[in-house]
Design a protein around this ligand. Structure first.
Ligand SMILES: [Zn+2]
Length: 573
């Protein structure tokens, strides 16, 4: 491993050019924003990190819950949103200079913004909504406290998700370009690399994973590979002082025999291209073990933006009895880098046969497959490469299952678009038909409810994954657990109430849960929800007069099984 600041390597014009590019970028970013927090900045996530289904759109700043969050510049509130998933409680501020700043996973908005949000929520009697504001309806000054650091939405530990968007180019931009200083003296760390041998259609035929020894300086390893076309994927992450997070790197390069074949740079990501992260991450490795490998080659369906450059699409030819030299370099934003050099020795050519498959699915056409029991439509552009698709019927029987169980390929293949499924039902009583849905059994053994519509004996709909599908039935309502009333005090003061709502089936990632309504003596009450725990939290109105009250919670699931929970309580003055 090489530690230290970036220096020019004589004879490496590519490196020189990159230094030049970095220079230009820093000249261009004359726009300076303030810091969104006044604490020491420690990152638990970096810009454009590879995540399933998206490039990370901002930076994650660690902090304890309740830490104030400041507006980074003058502007006005564009949007306030509260969800149990995604960005959770989030504020969008538009600025004069053509940028928008985004502050996600907040614990709370400031009192003025809260009041505005609550007013809108009450109008629509809906707790989770997106409130769009008129230009200059709520003006913000640089340095105003707008909210507090929290853990709301799809967040697993308190932090601020801070994001900058260019409103004209519709791109997410690395927030570190705007003047935030992060102390980082540690170079990125290599874990493993993977060689992927492909055929003439670039379908993977064989993989070889190699552990990299991080204690060696520029170590030269010789690796034997079958000759033929290969691509490489690298597991590498950045480390920073003060935390144990494995962050994404800023730049990654691969040179083959001295020629640049791949260059990724975490500068800007067009919002509409963010799902292509599925093609740059080794999706299978991530699904199997959460490992993050950067593919240094282009999957055919990856229509790369300017953040990735390829030569020969990043593939290289390993020749029999010849040596191929591969250099990989990872750089963090501060300029710390780490390099590896690997030498590959070409063995006698051998291409393993295509894996056993039932259909050969092409990326560039609309694919339709039909059996007596199932119809599957994979639209053009839904997959990143042609796939030898495995289809089989599972032998096992499951409770509450009203069809055969269909194994449609596997969860490890990423999708860019939803695919269509039509599943023939077995014997299902009519009264249960409205409680039936297309279910996917995922690797944790959980069943995901993908909904669906009946067309004669078929239940059909869209799913966002491959996997095991069947028709299942849900007649069991959610459970409501009281987390607050044991200690409920009889006083007028603002009192926090919380409940936990759980259900027997899971929902697709894009859907928020729980579905619920809370009223006090029939008056609607705003709550905030958290999808990960199912906890909903609310505050009793301050002005409750002395008397008897009835608090009612109604919750329902996707199949409209309802549960009600009623609690009466007294307020005395
Ligand atoms: Zn984030």
């Amino acid at each position: 491993m090489t530690l230290g600041k970036r220096t020019l390597v004589p004879g490496r014009t590519i490196l020189k050019i990159n230094l030049f590019i970095i220079g230009i970028i820093s000249l261009l970013s004359v726009t300076k924003f303030g810091n969104p927090v006044k604490i020491n900045i420690s990152l638990s996530g970096t810009f454009a990190e590879l995540r399933p289904d998206h490039f990370h759109g901002g930076i994650d700043i660690k902090g304890v819950e309740g830490t104030p969050v400041y507006a980074v510049d003058d502007g006005y509130i564009y949007k306030l949103e509260s969800k149990g998933t995604g960005y959770g409680n989030v504020i969008f501020i538009k600025h004069q200079n053509g940028f928008m700043s985004v502050y996600g996973h907040l614990l709370a908005f400031n009192p003025a913004l809260s009041a505005h949000y609550d007013k809108e929520a009450k109008k629509f009697r809906k707790s989770n909504l997106a409130v769009f504001l008129k230009k200059n309806e709520i003006k913000i000054k640089k340095g105003d406290i707008i909210g507090e650091i929290g853990n709301s939405g799809f967040s697993f530990g308190p932090h601020l998700h801070y994001e900058i968007r260019n409103l004209i180019s519709k791109k997410q931009v690395n927030p570190l370009f705007f003047g935030i200083k992060v102390k980082d003296c540690a170079a990125p760390k290599w874990k493993k690399i993977k060689f992927i041998q492909v055929d003439e259609h670039r379908i993977p035929r064989q993989e070889k994973i190699i552990q990299l020894d991080d204690n060696s300086y520029f170590k030269v390893d010789t690796i034997d590979l079958f000759s033929g076309k290969n691509g490489l994927a690298a597991q590498v992450f950045d480390v920073m002082e003060g935390n144990n997070n494995k962050n994404g790197i800023y730049q990654l390069k691969m040179l083959v025999n001295g020629v640049l074949h791949f260059h990724f740079s975490a500068n800007k990501i067009p919002l509409h291209e963010t799902k292509y992260a599925n093609a740059l991450i080794d999706y299978k490795e991530n699904k199997k073990s959460k490992d993050i490998y950067y593919r240094c080659h282009r999957l055919p369906g990856f229509n790369a933006g300017k953040y990735v450059q390829f030569f020969n699409d990043g593939f290289f030819e390993v020749k029999e009895d010849k040596m191929t030299s591969i250099e990989i370099e990872a750089l963090d934003y501060t300029g710390n880098y780490s390099r590896k050099k690997i030498v590959v020795r070409g063995q006698k050519r051998y291409l393993p046969p295509l894996p056993y498959h039932d259909y050969y699915v092409k990326r560039t056409i609309n694919n339709v497959f039909k059996t007596y029991f199932i119809e599957l439509k994979i639209p053009k552009g839904a997959i990143y490469q042609n796939i030898p698709l495995r289809y089989h019927e599972l032998k096992e029987t499951r409770k509450e299952t009203f069809s055969r169980i269909h194994g449609v390929h596997h969860e490890y293949e990423p999708l860019h678009k939803d695919i269509f499924l039509s599943v023939r039902s077995g014997i299902i009583p009519d009264y249960l038909k409205e409680k039936a849905f297309i279910s996917a059994c995922n690797q944790e053994g959980k069943f995901v409810n993908f909904g669906g519509r009946w067309r004669k004996n078929f239940l059909e709909g869209y799913v966002d994954q491959f996997g095991e599908f069947s028709i299942m039935v849900d007649t069991i309502p959610p459970e409501i657990k009281d987390l607050s009333f044991k200690s409920f005090p009889g006083r007028r003061k603002l009192v926090k109430i919380q409940f936990q709502i759980t259900d027997n089936f899971d929902l697709p990632k894009s859907m928020d849960f729980p579905f619920y309504k809370v009223t006090i003596n029939g008056e609607w009450l705003k709550m905030t929800s958290d999808r990960k725990s199912g906890v909903i939290i609310g505050y009793l109105p301050e002005n409750l007069k002395r008397g008897k009250y009835e608090l009612k919670i109604v919750s329902w699931d996707r199949m409209n099984n309802q549960k009600q929970y009623v609690k009466t309580f007294k307020v005395w003055g």
